[in-house]
Design a protein around this ligand. Sequence first.
Ligand SMILES: [Zn+2]
Length: 155
Amino acid sequence: MKLTKKHNDLNLYIEEDLIEEIGAIALKHYPNEFGGFLVGKYSSDFKSVEITDVILPKKYKSTPTLFLRSTDGLEGVFQKLFEEKQQYYIGEWHTHPNGSSNYSTTDLDAMIENANCETVQIKNPVLLILSITKSAVRDFTFYYYDNEKLISYEQ
Ligand SMILES: [Zn+2]
């Protein structure tokens, strides 16, 4: 089963199983924030994006209110994913333990920085934020980055 979210005719597809998998990873790191990379592919008209997998960072810093991931050591992983499955970097995800799934100023600044990064080939990366408690994923929101703004996908 797939979720579809629309914004200006844009669709985002993700298997519920994958969201559950991300949630399970997230809860293991409670009370610290945690996150990683979203990978998948766009349709040929770039109107639809399908998130098919996540890649976890090898190096990161995390506290209950901060998550900083590094791409160090993952170059080969992304390369292999592209060569073998034609999938590539779609965006980022991280948790807000005991917080909402709204993005923070820091989150927006990080997305602006990512989008301006030469290695990021897509103009509209996705940001997924999961609101978690000690025992469960409370809520999650997918955002679409466009021109220094984050716009949430609607359910
Ligand atoms: Zn955040």
